[in-house]
Design a binder for this molecule. Structure first.
Ligand code: URA
Length: 296
């Protein structure tokens, strides 16, 4: 009997099909070079993929030393615990602890550049270990209007800027229709790292990232915030209502020295799936134009 051996081309095609299958299923991030059986490893020694973290530089005018957000142990404290088995503190930090650390760190930022650096050094959100890039912002930080989406997708993760893919192209068209573009608007997300496989960020991930986006809003100090979709709207207003209820609604948003307006509208990704809803988004964008023109 003649057995046919797979040709190198067949083997390569099989391998590509196998990888495609996994990417489609959401397993699109390489975490290590070797496979791990996490079940049998449960009590084993703890490999770590990162060197221990440095404490951030203290703010100008403050001497180095333990602060609310610092990881430098005070003198005389017990030796550090064994390193976490996974990534930075992401797996071991309690969500509340991580969120309060995030708050302390975000507060230290006096400029957007500082905030971006602090965020790039923050390791209590597991998403940063699967993302290729931190996706901080795009557009003009002096703009009167700030758009906020949910989290980067694959294109944004690759490029390192928000709203670069199909949703971003639609957002650009919607902005253009009311005379805006990325020189007259600032664009960011409530979560700055791509969740693997484009899944939604978990409530814990959103909670840990929230102090950073709140500080980002304070530093941009826009006259108007536009939340694209339910996750951004719910995170920043506290409402539990879905976006089809909240869209078109104006919420008050407190900045340190004033209150500004927050407009909820539909996310461009939703409009790509349901183009018939664009008429509602168009209404919201017309309201946005009227607000910017002081006519509403
Ligand atoms: N969707 C978002 O919410 N943000 C992006 O940056 C891209 C897609």
């Amino acid at each position: 009997m003649l057995l046919s051996m797979p040709s190198p081309n067949d083997a390569q095609a099989d391998l590509i099909a196998y990888l495609d299958f996994h990417v489609e299923a959401g397993a699109d991030a390489v975490l290590d070079e070797r496979p791990h059986d996490r079940f049998s490893e449960a009590d084993g020694p703890a490999p770590t993929l990162r060197a221990p973290r440095r404490a951030p530089d203290p703010p100008v005018g403050q001497t180095a030393g333990p602060t609310a957000g610092s990881l430098v142990p005070p003198p005389g404290s017990p030796p550090p615990a064994a390193p976490s088995r996974t990534f930075g503190r992401a797996a071991s930090a309690q969500p509340d602890e991580a969120a309060s650390d995030a708050r302390a760190r975000a507060r230290q930022a006096k400029t957007l550049d500082e905030l971006e650096r602090i965020l790039a050094d923050f390791d209590a959100c597991p998403l940063r270990f699967t993302a290729k890039n931190l996706v901080f912002a795009d557009g003009n930080p002096e703009a009167r209007v700030m758009f906020l989406g949910e989290a980067p997708g694959a294109d944004e993760d690759r490029i390192g800027k928000p709203f670069m893919g199909r949703s971003g192209q639609l957002l650009d068209k919607m902005m253009k229709a009311i005379g805006l573009d990325r020189t007259s608007a600032y664009v960011a997300n409530i979560v700055p790292w791509r969740p693997p496989g484009n899944r939604n960020p978990t409530p814990q991930e959103v909670a840990v990232c929230r102090p950073f986006v709140e500080r980002q809003i304070e530093l941009v100090d826009p006259d108007l915030i536009v939340c694209l979709g339910a996750p951004a709207t719910q995170t920043l207003t506290g409402t539990k209502d879905g976006i089809l209820r909240t869209r078109g609604r104006l919420f008050p948003y407190k900045l340190p020295n004033r209150e500004v307006k927050l407009l909820a509208t539909l996310h461009p990704a939703f409009l790509l799936r349901q183009p018939v809803q664009k008429r509602l988004a168009w209404r919201d964008f017309r309201s946005l134009r009227a607000l910017l023109d002081g006519k509403a």
